[in-house]
Design a protein around this ligand. Sequence first.
Ligand code: NAD
Length: 358
Amino acid sequence: MYDVALLPGDGIGPEVMAQAEKVLKAVSKIYNVEFNIIKMPAGGASIDECGVPLTEEVLESCRKSDAVLFGAVGGPKWDHLPMEVRPERAILKLRKELDLFANLRPAFLIPALSAKSPLKGEILEKGVDILVVRELTGGLYFGEPKGIEVRDGERVARDTLLYTEEQIRRVARIGFKLARSRRKRLCLVDKANVLASSRLWREVVSEVAEEFPDLELSYMYVDNCAMQLIANPGAFDVILTENTFGDILSDEAAAVIGSLGLMPSASLGEKGPCLYEPVHGSAPDIAGKNLANPVAMILSAAMMLDISFGLKEISEKVKEAVARALEAGYATPDVALPDSKIISCEEMGDVIISFIEK
Ligand code: NAD
């Protein structure tokens, strides 16, 4: 029995989460695994119900669970609130409190949807199957000192890009382990020709590489990587990188595969539950209309089955069912092509389940 904390959130969050929940129920029936699903409010839904984006009780339940499945939070209703109490604090607090330091974003091109990619067919011929492993706790977003001050009558601003070797080592180990289960190649993306922090990344990552002699390690400057992701995305397997570079490059990788609605993610820590969520937000423009693409949410649940519960085969079945549904021409409006069978969010959930059952 696996305890799953389910936090649907706001906007399309509950709509796509309902499909992931249906998939878990179907999987439970077919493969005889039990999930104890504990549904709780987060983000705007929690502000409306409890006055804060994430209550201590919900946080405690997440801590005690085996994994956290998160939808999306935020929306215009709460945009007037101060930053510290906005819905988005829910996910930031969860990442911090659960000590999640490695963010995994797989970008996999479904051949039937290659026309949705902004890249030319000849560039996509080799296929695209990239895993971006982004460090989540260090770098410019958290380094101190930071801020704006006045010096000699002029405003100056600074941010600090700080990494400890332990922060680098722990995420590097995760990157290498994942590369081992894939095509055995890891590329460290940095700016070691300019940044001291990047030089430390190279030193530490090459030390960790000695624990993984069967894997190939390469290095690439971030500016070149931004270019290569467009010019030759098929060349990448695992990309390991620091927080800011990973934030930008993983969005670029999402654009390469065609839609935000297709991209899942996982955030891992050393111990305790991991968190799984689609890369997209709460999409207020389409919320409540049964139009959202549930694929990113369902693939996030598939990552949970594999990484947190070790149910690799079942996870593969779910991923396969998603690919087959899309290959068969079923599509929500965001991924529709001229000859697609356009269906709703709920129907997409049902079609994917029918392929799992086949
Ligand atoms: P968004 O990802 O919600 O939407 C961007 C665009 O992509 C929209 O046009 C939307 O309709 C479309 N889209 C997104 N997901 C889709 C899906 N599953 N199916 C079909 N179309 C989809 O980003 P945004 O508009 O910048 O942000 C909206 C709200 O979401 C904001 O309040 C923002 O703060 C929040 N947000 C939350 C998270 C999170 O919870 N982790 C992440 C990003 C943004």
